[in-house]
Design a binder for this molecule. Structure first.
Ligand SMILES: O=P(O)(O)OC[C@H]1O[C@H](OP(=O)(O)OP(=O)(O)O)[C@H](O)[C@@H]1O
Length: 630
């Protein structure tokens, strides 16, 4: 497969419903929309640091004047770079025409980037090229206003190869093979079609070409276009688009895998991938920010009409739990609580692993995402201690001395900042080749708080490939000479690839998979690997295959796999005993009850394309191919 684009991303859309003068009067600037876009994108930088793009459309400018602007960057600091470029252009124009400083009509017609609607995107290019061409938004240009299409998405299609073939069957000759171009051309094809239908309709009524143009824009049925375009899409997506004359849409996949939130009032309509971003940037209450419904599109017509329209049949809701555990900012009210609960629910297993010996245990976390689950874990430790204190005091039957009582009451969990992250990068999504070296140097450790008699409990949000632990964390923690290192994962074992947006494409990289292969060898059951391969191969031409890879894990309990993982991660020179504890699937669902998408943990993929991907990923491993499964 060529370098298709698969990535986790963030989107931002702002539609200004009033004339620019309104924002200038109320907020002191006609650049209100651009400023809000900057904040929306900057506050989603966790969703993408490899590229950023911005596009805007001006309504109702004279023919010949440019009404679509776009700027993209794949620089070191892409968001900063995009807005530095925008600022410098805007300031340049203002310096050249100081007399136009308050002439907003002139500014709208003559200043680049200023517009009535804005679309932005931040991108992680997890593999393949990170060239400027792969940075969103994508632009499909045409001399007809309503045939111009700009799209930006947080998405991943499992069947991009088939979608490409469909385009070819439509008679097209795509100039490149990327998810985004394929998807954009699909929408573009039906957009052209719809525009043509409307044109003939008006022609029959004797309306001239020129007169038909605004009528087409008004009647353009976005719902119909999206329904036809998305018919065979299989994947996770939040797809945002703008059409040249000013209509816009954000379409969410039928299982609601990728997130998308919106807010609308009489001044603006805003869409972002994360809820608190909208809350902060527009200073609105949590209840005012709504989720775009799965299988629906939020459609904003040029005239300002906003509607939520169903595009396809809904699948059961399977919004991605990994978004909650790792990818999103932890400032969302629900995500914060969910992460804390993950820490809390895993505590009983931790307690067991330290033989209830809280006083000889130091608790800490691997920065940054795991910080919140750490709070949950320490709260659980405090609750346990309080109960323990109460029992000791009650047992003392009022005969405890004041000194003894003070001693009992002053006991608290030993919470320390042990691991320090030096680089402000998300190592998990750094491209595979450069990752090991980065991981090895990204963490440091605090000396002087751990005793040789101590257990060192350290929680991380997830263990994917285990490189963070093996190459860095376990080694540096061992330098502190603890008796035992207990690594706790707030997420369950990652056993299957993701193919809907969180970039985990190759099954043989997962530490849980590697450990399971070892267990199969130890148990003399490696023949299962051959059997599963044959089943996967057989399923290749099935429309609705099952996930055969589950059979690999079936002979073992999660604990057996965890213990094997610990064995694999403990390199030769490590002196401490190493124990790894993973969250159970049940507790994951208790902690995140509304986001039940869990295919990377359970193998239950919500679409047939996902099932195909997992089987293909296994075949790739078996055949020794290092290519990605989608
Ligand atoms: O087992 P691995 O394959 O090494 O991946 C898992 C690690 O990667 C992530 O950290 P990252 O640096 O991406 O982000 P964070 O600092 O926000 O947690 C995650 O939080 C884990 O620490």
């Amino acid at each position: 497969m060529s370098d298709a684009l698969q990535h986790e991303c963030g989107i931002a859309l702002v539609r200004l419903l009033k004339p620019l003068q309104y924002y200038k009067d109320k907020y002191g600037t006609a650049f209100y929309g651009i400023n809000k876009m900057y904040l929306l994108m900057e506050k989603q930088h966790n969703r993408g640091q490899d590229g950023a793009g911005f596009a805007s459309i001006k309504f109702d400018v004279e023919p010949g004047a440019r009404y679509i602007s776009r700027v993209r960057s794949n620089d070191q600091q892409p968001i900063q770079d995009v807005f530095a470029k925008i600022n410098s252009r805007l300031n340049g124009v203002l310096q050249e025409y100081p007399e136009r400083a308050n002439d907003l009509d002139w500014q709208l017609s003559n200043m680049p980037y200023l517009g009535n609607i804005y679309l932005g995107h931040v991108r992680y290019g997890t593999f393949g090229k990170n060239s400027i061409e792969s940075v969103h938004p994508f632009l499909r240009q045409n001399n007809w206003k309503h045939k111009n299409l700009i799209v930006a998405g947080n998405f991943n299609m499992t069947n991009s190869g088939e979608l490409l073939k469909e385009l070819i069957e439509l008679g097209q000759h795509p100039k490149e093979y990327t998810d985004t171009v394929t998807v954009m051309e699909k929408i573009g094809h039906f957009l052209d079609d719809e525009v043509l239908d409307l044109y003939y309709k008006f022609k029959q009524k004797g309306i001239s070409k020129k007169q038909a143009s605004p009528l087409i824009a008004k009647e353009l049925n976005i719902q119909k276009i999206l329904t036809r375009a998305s018919k065979n899409w299989d994947g996770g997506y939040a797809m945002a688009g703008m059409i040249g004359h000013g209509d816009a849409f954000v379409l969410r996949d039928p299982a609601g895998i990728r997130p998308a939130y919106y807010y609308a009032d009489e001044e603006v309509v805003v869409v972002a991938s994360e809820r608190p971003v909208i809350q902060t940037v527009f200073n609105v209450d949590i209840d005012e920010v709504k989720e775009i419904e799965r299988a629906h599109a939020l459609i904003i017509k040029k005239d300002g009409e906003v509607s939520m329209q169903q595009i396809m049949e809904q699948l059961p809701k399977k919004s991605c739990s990994f978004e909650r555990i790792y990818f999103s900012r932890g400032s969302d009210a629900s995500i914060y609580q969910e992460r804390k609960m993950l820490g809390k629910y895993i505590f009983p297993k931790v307690l067991e692993s330290i033989d209830n010996d809280i006083s000889n245990s130091v608790f800490s976390y691997i920065p940054n995402t795991a910080e919140t689950s750490f709070y949950g874990m320490t709260e659980a430790a405090e609750e346990y201690l309080n109960e323990h204190k109460l029992q000791t005091i009650l047992k003392g039957n009022k005969n405890i001395s004041a000194q003894k009582l003070t001693e009992i009451l002053s006991e608290r969990p030993r919470i320390e900042k042990i691991a320090i992250k030096d680089a402000k990068l998300r190592t998990f999504i750094t491209d595979d080749n450069s990752r090991d070296d980065l991981v090895a140097h990204v963490y440091d450790v605090t000396y002087g708080v751990v005793k040789p008699t101590d257990n060192l409990v350290i929680i991380d949000d997830s263990i994917v490939r285990g490189t963070t632990l093996k190459k860095s964390i376990i080694k540096i923690l061992d330098r502190l000479n603890p008796k035992k290192i207990i690594v706790v994962s707030s997420a369950p074992q990652i056993r299957y690839p993701d193919c809907y947006g969180i970039d985990m494409a190759r099954i043989d990289e997962f530490i849980a998979f590697k450990a399971t292969l070892e267990l199969l060898k130890d148990a003399g059951k490696y023949h299962i690997v051959d059997e599963v391969y044959l089943k996967c191969k057989k399923s290749l031409d099935q429309d609705h295959p099952e996930n055969h890879v589950k059979e690999i894990y079936a002979p073992f309990t999660p604990e057996q796999i965890s213990d094997k993982i610990a064995e694999l991660l403990k390199t030769e020179n490590i002196k401490a005993e190493v124990k790894i504890i993973f969250q159970s699937i049940e507790n994951l669902h208790r902690a995140c009850p509304n986001d039940t998408g869990d295919w990377y943990f359970t193998g239950d993929f919500p679409t047939p394309g996902g099932m195909k991907v997992v089987n293909r990923a296994f075949m790739n491993f078996y055949e020794g191919k290092s290519e990605r499964a989608y």
